[in-house]
Design a protein around this ligand. Structure first.
Ligand code: FEO
Length: 399
Protein backbone atom coordinates (compact mmCIF):
# COMPACT_ATOMS: atom_id res chain seq x y z
CA UNK A 1 0.00 0.00 0.00
CA UNK A 2 1.20 3.49 -0.87
CA UNK A 3 2.18 6.04 1.80
CA UNK A 4 -0.65 7.95 3.46
CA UNK A 5 -0.16 11.44 4.86
CA UNK A 6 -1.57 11.38 8.40
CA UNK A 7 -0.57 14.97 9.28
CA UNK A 8 1.33 17.65 7.38
CA UNK A 9 4.63 16.08 6.31
CA UNK A 10 4.01 12.96 8.38
CA UNK A 11 3.35 9.80 6.39
CA UNK A 12 2.35 6.27 7.25
CA UNK A 13 4.93 4.17 5.39
CA UNK A 14 4.19 0.75 6.85
CA UNK A 15 3.09 -2.58 5.43
CA UNK A 16 -0.08 -4.65 5.26
CA UNK A 17 0.05 -8.32 6.22
CA UNK A 18 -3.25 -9.76 5.02
CA UNK A 19 -2.36 -13.38 5.61
CA UNK A 20 -0.74 -13.73 9.02
CA UNK A 21 -2.95 -15.96 11.16
CA UNK A 22 -0.90 -16.50 14.29
CA UNK A 23 0.78 -13.94 16.48
CA UNK A 24 2.50 -15.94 19.22
CA UNK A 25 -0.64 -17.81 20.11
CA UNK A 26 -3.17 -15.12 19.20
CA UNK A 27 -5.25 -15.81 16.11
CA UNK A 28 -5.07 -12.87 13.75
CA UNK A 29 -7.84 -14.08 11.51
CA UNK A 30 -8.02 -10.73 9.72
CA UNK A 31 -4.28 -10.20 9.40
CA UNK A 32 -2.42 -7.21 10.78
CA UNK A 33 -0.45 -4.16 9.74
CA UNK A 34 3.03 -3.04 10.72
CA UNK A 35 2.86 0.73 10.96
CA UNK A 36 5.90 2.93 10.52
CA UNK A 37 5.79 6.71 10.33
CA UNK A 38 8.05 9.07 8.40
CA UNK A 39 8.40 12.69 9.47
CA UNK A 40 9.85 15.23 7.07
CA UNK A 41 11.42 18.18 8.83
CA UNK A 42 14.94 19.64 8.88
CA UNK A 43 15.82 16.19 10.14
CA UNK A 44 14.02 13.28 8.53
CA UNK A 45 12.90 10.76 11.09
CA UNK A 46 11.45 7.27 10.79
CA UNK A 47 9.45 5.95 13.73
CA UNK A 48 9.72 2.14 13.88
CA UNK A 49 10.10 -0.22 10.94
CA UNK A 50 8.20 -3.33 9.81
CA UNK A 51 8.50 -7.11 9.97
CA UNK A 52 11.42 -8.30 7.88
CA UNK A 53 9.50 -9.96 5.00
CA UNK A 54 7.93 -6.55 4.33
CA UNK A 55 11.14 -4.51 4.29
CA UNK A 56 10.88 -3.80 0.57
CA UNK A 57 7.40 -2.28 1.06
CA UNK A 58 8.87 0.01 3.68
CA UNK A 59 11.81 1.09 1.54
CA UNK A 60 9.54 1.64 -1.47
CA UNK A 61 7.17 3.78 0.62
CA UNK A 62 10.05 5.84 1.97
CA UNK A 63 11.32 6.37 -1.58
CA UNK A 64 7.87 7.46 -2.71
CA UNK A 65 7.73 10.15 -0.04
CA UNK A 66 11.32 11.31 -0.14
CA UNK A 67 12.54 10.40 -3.59
CA UNK A 68 15.52 8.70 -1.94
CA UNK A 69 15.78 6.72 1.27
CA UNK A 70 17.75 9.39 3.14
CA UNK A 71 16.83 9.29 6.80
CA UNK A 72 18.63 11.13 9.57
CA UNK A 73 17.07 9.53 12.61
CA UNK A 74 15.42 6.20 13.27
CA UNK A 75 13.35 6.03 16.43
CA UNK A 76 12.91 2.52 17.80
CA UNK A 77 9.92 2.65 20.09
CA UNK A 78 9.87 -1.14 20.48
CA UNK A 79 12.29 -3.90 19.47
CA UNK A 80 9.93 -6.86 19.05
CA UNK A 81 10.76 -8.20 15.57
CA UNK A 82 7.44 -7.21 14.02
CA UNK A 83 8.71 -3.63 14.37
CA UNK A 84 12.47 -3.94 14.15
CA UNK A 85 13.44 -6.92 12.03
CA UNK A 86 13.77 -4.72 8.92
CA UNK A 87 16.29 -2.60 10.74
CA UNK A 88 19.46 -4.48 9.72
CA UNK A 89 18.56 -4.26 6.02
CA UNK A 90 17.36 -0.67 6.36
CA UNK A 91 20.53 0.43 8.15
CA UNK A 92 22.58 -0.63 5.13
CA UNK A 93 20.39 1.45 2.83
CA UNK A 94 19.82 4.62 4.85
CA UNK A 95 22.81 4.85 7.21
CA UNK A 96 21.09 7.20 9.68
CA UNK A 97 22.95 9.62 11.89
CA UNK A 98 21.28 8.27 15.04
CA UNK A 99 19.03 5.53 16.36
CA UNK A 100 17.02 6.80 19.33
CA UNK A 101 15.84 4.20 21.85
CA UNK A 102 15.58 3.59 25.59
CA UNK A 103 18.49 2.04 27.48
CA UNK A 104 16.61 -1.26 27.54
CA UNK A 105 15.92 -0.72 23.85
CA UNK A 106 19.64 -0.48 23.13
CA UNK A 107 20.33 -3.69 25.09
CA UNK A 108 17.50 -5.48 23.33
CA UNK A 109 18.63 -4.31 19.89
CA UNK A 110 22.15 -5.57 20.67
CA UNK A 111 20.73 -8.91 21.82
CA UNK A 112 18.74 -9.25 18.62
CA UNK A 113 21.08 -7.93 15.94
CA UNK A 114 24.52 -7.94 17.61
CA UNK A 115 25.51 -4.66 15.99
CA UNK A 116 27.77 -2.66 18.29
CA UNK A 117 28.57 -0.30 15.43
CA UNK A 118 25.10 1.24 15.09
CA UNK A 119 24.78 4.89 16.20
CA UNK A 120 22.60 4.37 19.30
CA UNK A 121 21.41 7.43 21.21
CA UNK A 122 19.78 6.41 24.48
CA UNK A 123 16.92 8.65 25.62
CA UNK A 124 15.24 8.97 28.98
CA UNK A 125 11.62 9.35 30.02
CA UNK A 126 10.48 12.91 29.27
CA UNK A 127 13.53 13.79 27.15
CA UNK A 128 12.92 15.83 24.00
CA UNK A 129 14.73 16.23 20.71
CA UNK A 130 14.18 18.76 17.93
CA UNK A 131 13.69 17.70 14.33
CA UNK A 132 13.58 21.31 13.13
CA UNK A 133 10.08 22.74 13.40
CA UNK A 134 9.03 19.80 15.53
CA UNK A 135 9.77 18.56 19.02
CA UNK A 136 9.64 14.89 19.89
CA UNK A 137 9.11 13.91 23.52
CA UNK A 138 9.92 10.34 24.55
CA UNK A 139 7.77 8.58 27.11
CA UNK A 140 9.11 5.34 28.54
CA UNK A 141 6.46 2.66 28.81
CA UNK A 142 8.55 -0.07 30.38
CA UNK A 143 6.82 -3.49 30.38
CA UNK A 144 4.06 -2.27 28.09
CA UNK A 145 4.57 -4.81 26.92
CA UNK A 146 8.36 -5.32 26.74
CA UNK A 147 10.99 -3.65 28.94
CA UNK A 148 12.31 -1.59 26.01
CA UNK A 149 9.07 0.11 25.00
CA UNK A 150 8.43 3.83 24.67
CA UNK A 151 6.00 6.24 23.04
CA UNK A 152 7.05 9.21 20.91
CA UNK A 153 4.94 12.37 21.20
CA UNK A 154 5.19 15.01 18.49
CA UNK A 155 4.29 18.13 20.41
CA UNK A 156 3.40 20.53 17.61
CA UNK A 157 1.22 17.95 15.84
CA UNK A 158 -0.23 16.63 19.13
CA UNK A 159 0.48 13.19 17.68
CA UNK A 160 1.22 10.23 19.93
CA UNK A 161 3.08 7.41 18.18
CA UNK A 162 2.15 4.74 20.66
CA UNK A 163 4.01 1.57 19.65
CA UNK A 164 1.87 -1.50 20.39
CA UNK A 165 -0.50 0.33 22.73
CA UNK A 166 -3.94 1.18 21.29
CA UNK A 167 -3.24 -1.11 18.33
CA UNK A 168 -5.33 -3.80 16.72
CA UNK A 169 -4.40 -6.84 14.68
CA UNK A 170 -6.66 -5.98 11.77
CA UNK A 171 -5.50 -5.56 8.20
CA UNK A 172 -7.55 -3.07 6.21
CA UNK A 173 -6.96 -0.85 3.21
CA UNK A 174 -8.19 2.05 5.39
CA UNK A 175 -5.80 3.79 7.74
CA UNK A 176 -8.08 5.81 10.03
CA UNK A 177 -10.66 4.94 12.68
CA UNK A 178 -13.40 6.98 10.99
CA UNK A 179 -13.08 4.97 7.78
CA UNK A 180 -14.08 1.61 9.27
CA UNK A 181 -16.94 0.06 11.21
CA UNK A 182 -16.48 1.42 14.77
CA UNK A 183 -17.87 -1.66 16.50
CA UNK A 184 -15.52 -3.97 14.62
CA UNK A 185 -12.64 -1.63 15.39
CA UNK A 186 -13.36 -1.73 19.13
CA UNK A 187 -13.71 -5.51 19.01
CA UNK A 188 -10.23 -5.85 17.51
CA UNK A 189 -8.85 -3.29 19.98
CA UNK A 190 -10.33 -5.19 22.94
CA UNK A 191 -8.98 -8.49 21.64
CA UNK A 192 -5.57 -6.88 21.36
CA UNK A 193 -5.74 -5.54 24.93
CA UNK A 194 -7.00 -8.84 26.34
CA UNK A 195 -4.35 -10.93 24.65
CA UNK A 196 -1.30 -8.66 24.71
CA UNK A 197 -1.69 -6.15 27.53
CA UNK A 198 -3.98 -7.61 30.19
CA UNK A 199 -1.09 -8.91 32.28
CA UNK A 200 0.20 -5.34 32.48
CA UNK A 201 -3.13 -3.66 33.22
CA UNK A 202 -1.89 -2.16 36.53
CA UNK A 203 0.97 -0.52 34.61
CA UNK A 204 -1.46 0.95 32.09
CA UNK A 205 -3.17 2.78 34.94
CA UNK A 206 0.15 4.09 36.25
CA UNK A 207 1.15 5.19 32.76
CA UNK A 208 -2.10 7.11 32.37
CA UNK A 209 -1.38 8.91 35.64
CA UNK A 210 2.17 9.76 34.54
CA UNK A 211 1.05 10.96 31.12
CA UNK A 212 -1.79 12.92 32.74
CA UNK A 213 0.80 14.77 34.84
CA UNK A 214 2.74 15.62 31.67
CA UNK A 215 -0.38 17.42 30.42
CA UNK A 216 -0.08 16.14 26.86
CA UNK A 217 -2.81 17.20 24.49
CA UNK A 218 -3.52 14.36 22.12
CA UNK A 219 -5.14 14.99 18.77
CA UNK A 220 -4.14 11.74 17.08
CA UNK A 221 -2.90 8.36 18.29
CA UNK A 222 -0.87 6.40 15.76
CA UNK A 223 -0.22 2.84 16.95
CA UNK A 224 2.12 0.32 15.34
CA UNK A 225 -0.72 -2.02 14.35
CA UNK A 226 -4.07 -1.36 12.74
CA UNK A 227 -6.02 1.87 12.45
CA UNK A 228 -4.95 5.37 13.49
CA UNK A 229 -7.22 7.08 16.03
CA UNK A 230 -7.87 10.55 14.59
CA UNK A 231 -11.60 11.12 14.98
CA UNK A 232 -11.90 10.46 18.72
CA UNK A 233 -8.65 9.36 20.38
CA UNK A 234 -10.33 9.80 23.78
CA UNK A 235 -12.52 6.81 22.92
CA UNK A 236 -9.64 4.34 22.98
CA UNK A 237 -8.08 6.05 26.01
CA UNK A 238 -11.37 5.63 27.90
CA UNK A 239 -11.61 2.01 26.77
CA UNK A 240 -8.08 1.30 28.05
CA UNK A 241 -9.07 2.88 31.38
CA UNK A 242 -12.11 0.61 31.61
CA UNK A 243 -10.29 -2.54 30.51
CA UNK A 244 -7.46 -1.87 32.95
CA UNK A 245 -9.93 -1.59 35.84
CA UNK A 246 -11.10 -5.15 35.12
CA UNK A 247 -14.45 -4.52 36.79
CA UNK A 248 -16.46 -7.70 36.24
CA UNK A 249 -19.83 -7.63 34.53
CA UNK A 250 -22.73 -9.98 35.13
CA UNK A 251 -21.42 -12.10 32.33
CA UNK A 252 -20.56 -15.79 32.66
CA UNK A 253 -18.51 -17.92 30.31
CA UNK A 254 -18.95 -21.68 30.29
CA UNK A 255 -15.69 -22.77 28.69
CA UNK A 256 -15.42 -26.47 28.00
CA UNK A 257 -14.10 -29.37 26.00
CA UNK A 258 -15.90 -32.67 25.81
CA UNK A 259 -15.03 -36.23 24.83
CA UNK A 260 -18.35 -38.03 24.24
CA UNK A 261 -20.75 -35.08 24.84
CA UNK A 262 -21.35 -35.70 28.57
CA UNK A 263 -19.37 -32.63 29.59
CA UNK A 264 -21.12 -30.74 26.83
CA UNK A 265 -24.52 -31.70 28.23
CA UNK A 266 -23.39 -30.50 31.63
CA UNK A 267 -22.21 -27.23 30.06
CA UNK A 268 -25.63 -26.64 28.52
CA UNK A 269 -27.40 -27.38 31.79
CA UNK A 270 -25.10 -25.07 33.77
CA UNK A 271 -25.62 -22.40 31.10
CA UNK A 272 -29.37 -22.84 31.48
CA UNK A 273 -29.15 -22.33 35.24
CA UNK A 274 -27.06 -19.18 34.77
CA UNK A 275 -29.55 -17.81 32.23
CA UNK A 276 -32.38 -18.38 34.72
CA UNK A 277 -30.58 -15.93 37.00
CA UNK A 278 -30.68 -13.38 34.15
CA UNK A 279 -26.95 -13.06 33.79
CA UNK A 280 -25.42 -12.97 30.32
CA UNK A 281 -24.06 -16.41 29.38
CA UNK A 282 -21.82 -17.68 26.61
CA UNK A 283 -21.04 -21.33 25.98
CA UNK A 284 -17.58 -21.63 24.47
CA UNK A 285 -16.56 -25.05 23.21
CA UNK A 286 -12.79 -25.01 22.88
CA UNK A 287 -13.01 -27.14 19.76
CA UNK A 288 -14.78 -24.22 18.06
CA UNK A 289 -13.38 -21.18 19.88
CA UNK A 290 -9.74 -20.17 19.75
CA UNK A 291 -8.06 -19.42 23.06
CA UNK A 292 -7.49 -15.80 22.04
CA UNK A 293 -11.17 -15.25 21.21
CA UNK A 294 -12.13 -16.77 24.55
CA UNK A 295 -9.63 -14.39 26.15
CA UNK A 296 -11.39 -11.41 24.59
CA UNK A 297 -14.63 -12.49 26.24
CA UNK A 298 -12.82 -13.05 29.55
CA UNK A 299 -11.90 -9.35 29.64
CA UNK A 300 -15.21 -8.17 31.13
CA UNK A 301 -16.69 -11.49 32.30
CA UNK A 302 -17.31 -11.97 36.02
CA UNK A 303 -17.62 -15.76 36.12
CA UNK A 304 -15.54 -18.41 34.39
CA UNK A 305 -16.88 -21.95 34.56
CA UNK A 306 -14.52 -24.54 33.13
CA UNK A 307 -15.54 -28.02 32.03
CA UNK A 308 -13.40 -30.90 30.88
CA UNK A 309 -13.72 -34.64 30.67
CA UNK A 310 -10.87 -36.59 32.26
CA UNK A 311 -8.38 -38.06 29.83
CA UNK A 312 -5.38 -40.13 30.98
CA UNK A 313 -5.72 -38.85 34.55
CA UNK A 314 -5.72 -35.24 33.41
CA UNK A 315 -7.86 -32.67 31.66
CA UNK A 316 -8.37 -32.57 27.91
CA UNK A 317 -5.48 -30.90 26.06
CA UNK A 318 -7.46 -27.90 24.83
CA UNK A 319 -8.49 -27.09 28.39
CA UNK A 320 -4.88 -27.36 29.58
CA UNK A 321 -3.90 -24.99 26.76
CA UNK A 322 -6.64 -22.52 27.69
CA UNK A 323 -5.76 -22.49 31.37
CA UNK A 324 -2.06 -22.11 30.62
CA UNK A 325 -2.76 -19.14 28.36
CA UNK A 326 -5.14 -17.58 30.87
CA UNK A 327 -2.68 -18.01 33.72
CA UNK A 328 -0.09 -16.02 31.78
CA UNK A 329 -2.46 -13.08 31.27
CA UNK A 330 -3.60 -13.03 34.92
CA UNK A 331 -7.18 -11.78 34.74
CA UNK A 332 -8.47 -10.25 37.97
CA UNK A 333 -11.76 -10.17 39.86
CA UNK A 334 -13.34 -13.40 38.61
CA UNK A 335 -15.32 -16.11 40.32
CA UNK A 336 -15.28 -19.64 38.97
CA UNK A 337 -16.23 -23.29 39.17
CA UNK A 338 -15.33 -26.54 37.42
CA UNK A 339 -17.23 -29.48 36.06
CA UNK A 340 -16.72 -32.54 33.89
CA UNK A 341 -17.51 -36.14 33.23
CA UNK A 342 -15.17 -39.04 33.89
CA UNK A 343 -14.94 -42.80 33.52
CA UNK A 344 -12.94 -44.12 36.47
CA UNK A 345 -10.52 -41.60 37.97
CA UNK A 346 -11.92 -38.08 37.39
CA UNK A 347 -8.94 -35.80 38.03
CA UNK A 348 -9.90 -33.02 35.60
CA UNK A 349 -12.19 -31.09 37.96
CA UNK A 350 -9.61 -31.11 40.77
CA UNK A 351 -6.88 -29.97 38.40
CA UNK A 352 -9.04 -27.12 37.09
CA UNK A 353 -9.84 -26.08 40.66
CA UNK A 354 -6.14 -26.04 41.42
CA UNK A 355 -5.45 -23.90 38.33
CA UNK A 356 -8.19 -21.44 39.34
CA UNK A 357 -6.76 -21.14 42.85
CA UNK A 358 -3.32 -20.42 41.41
CA UNK A 359 -4.88 -17.68 39.28
CA UNK A 360 -6.75 -16.26 42.31
CA UNK A 361 -10.10 -16.95 40.70
CA UNK A 362 -12.54 -17.29 43.61
CA UNK A 363 -13.89 -20.85 43.44
CA UNK A 364 -17.54 -20.64 44.54
CA UNK A 365 -18.32 -24.36 44.42
CA UNK A 366 -16.13 -27.46 44.85
CA UNK A 367 -17.13 -28.48 41.34
CA UNK A 368 -19.24 -31.15 39.78
CA UNK A 369 -18.13 -34.54 38.42
CA UNK A 370 -20.41 -36.99 36.68
CA UNK A 371 -19.48 -40.58 35.94
CA UNK A 372 -19.85 -41.43 32.25
CA UNK A 373 -23.23 -40.04 31.15
CA UNK A 374 -25.44 -37.60 33.08
CA UNK A 375 -28.97 -38.54 34.12
CA UNK A 376 -31.80 -36.01 34.09
CA UNK A 377 -31.27 -35.68 37.82
CA UNK A 378 -27.58 -34.95 37.26
CA UNK A 379 -28.48 -32.29 34.72
CA UNK A 380 -30.87 -30.77 37.23
CA UNK A 381 -27.94 -30.56 39.66
CA UNK A 382 -25.90 -28.86 36.93
CA UNK A 383 -28.68 -26.30 36.48
CA UNK A 384 -28.64 -25.74 40.21
CA UNK A 385 -24.87 -25.14 40.01
CA UNK A 386 -25.53 -22.59 37.25
CA UNK A 387 -28.11 -20.80 39.42
CA UNK A 388 -25.71 -20.78 42.38
CA UNK A 389 -22.93 -19.21 40.29
CA UNK A 390 -25.42 -16.75 38.77
CA UNK A 391 -26.48 -15.59 42.25
CA UNK A 392 -22.86 -15.22 43.38
CA UNK A 393 -22.09 -13.26 40.23
CA UNK A 394 -24.97 -10.83 40.77
CA UNK A 395 -23.68 -10.07 44.25
CA UNK A 396 -20.23 -9.28 42.94
CA UNK A 397 -20.62 -7.74 39.51
CA UNK A 398 -22.37 -4.85 37.84
CA UNK A 399 -25.09 -5.56 35.22
FE1 FEO B 1 3.76 -5.43 17.79
FE2 FEO B 1 5.23 -6.09 20.81
O1 FEO B 1 5.05 -6.08 18.95
Amino acid sequence: MKPVEIAKNIHWVGALDWNVRDFHGYTTYKGTTYNAYLVRDEKIALFDTVKEPFKDDLVQNIRQVLGSPKIDYIIVNHVEPDHSSSLPALMDVVKPEKIFCTSMGKNTLLEHYHREDWPYEVVKHGQTIRLGQRTVKFIETRMLHWPDAMFSYLEEDRLLISSDAFGQHWCTSERFDDEVDPSELMKHASKYFANILLLYAPLVKKLFEAVGKMGLEIKTIAPDHGLIWRSDPAKILRAYGTWSDQKPKQKALVIYDTMWHSTEKMAHAIGGGLAEEKVSVQLLDLKSNHRSDVMTEVLDAGALIFGSATLNNGMLPKMADMLHYLRGLRPQNKIGAAFGSYGWSGEAVNLINQAMEEMKIKVVDPGMKIKHFPTDKDLGTCEELGRKIGKALKEKASP
